[in-house]
Design a protein around this ligand. Structure first.
Ligand SMILES: [Zn+2]
Length: 61
């Protein structure tokens, strides 16, 4: 089984976010952050989880 790619997370990956393997816990966190962004409660610069995903994708490609 694959592990979650989010930094510091030791859970098994059971889902994907933007083609990155993540666990259900990180998936929920990223989804919540994305919803806060689209609801204009946070700025693009505050999407820290999304930036981590982009970093991980950048290393994989
Ligand atoms: Zn995780």
């Amino acid at each position: 089984m694959k592990g979650c790619r989010m930094p510091g997370c030791q859970r098994f990956a059971s889902r994907h976010w933007a083609l990155v393997d993540v666990c259900y816990h990180c998936f929920d966190n990223i989804q919540a952050e994305t919803q806060r962004f689209y609801a204009k409660r946070i700025k693009a610069s505050e999407r820290t989880l999304y930036k981590q995903i982009q970093n991980i994708r950048g290393k994989a490609q």
